[in-house]
Design a protein around this ligand. Structure first.
Ligand code: HEC
Length: 136
């Protein structure tokens, strides 16, 4: 009995290896070097001739910043890398922290906001988003 099992074992192994080789041959074409690093494009979706489709702006909820002097500067300069929600989602920050925050956007993250506008933005944030005056 033991001899028979030992006799069958190499046969089973050979069959498994042969199956592996055949499978690898079969799959080989898909990974040809010409295709390395390329992404296959998704098949175009099939539009139904009798369906209604609508294309519109991605719905991003508007962020209401408190009206005031400097708001326009914030909308222009603080909206390029991230939305103004970054301002409203902060807890009320001390005035010095707002100044440091805008400083960080300019110096660390390279916002490059002109000096005049930077000053107005800092005053705006200090005037509306500190513990003493934030009401929204
Ligand atoms: C050049 C790109 C850029 C501009 C312009 C920019 N930010 Fe940022 N801001 C960042 C990056 C990067 C982070 C940190 C990474 C993150 O959380 O997305 C960040 C984070 C913040 C945060 C979260 C707190 C923190 O420090 O991580 C606040 C608040 C913020 N920005 C306010 C502002 C204000 C106010 C302005 C306008 C004066 C502004 N940002 C303009 C790049 C920018």
């Amino acid at each position: 009995m033991k001899n028979r099992v030992l006799g069958i074992f190499p046969v089973v192994c050979s069959l498994a290896m042969a199956a592996g080789v055949v499978y690898a041959e079969f799959k080989k074409g898909y990974y040809s070097p010409a295709e390395l690093g390329s992404l296959r494009q998704a098949a175009p979706i099939q539009l139904l001739p009798d369906a209604n489709y609508q294309v519109s702006a991605y719905p991003v909820p508007a962020v209401d910043l408190i009206p005031g002097n400097g708001l326009q500067d914030v909308q222009i300069y603080c909206n390029t890398c991230h939305g103004p929600r970054y301002i409203t989602m902060q807890p009320p920050l001390p005035a010095a922290t707002w100044e440091a925050e805008v400083d960080k956007m300019n110096k660390t993250f390279g916002a490059g906001i002109p000096e005049d506008n930077t000053k107005r933005i800092i005053l705006y944030l200090q005037g509306h988003y500190t513990a003493e005056n934030r009401n929204q």
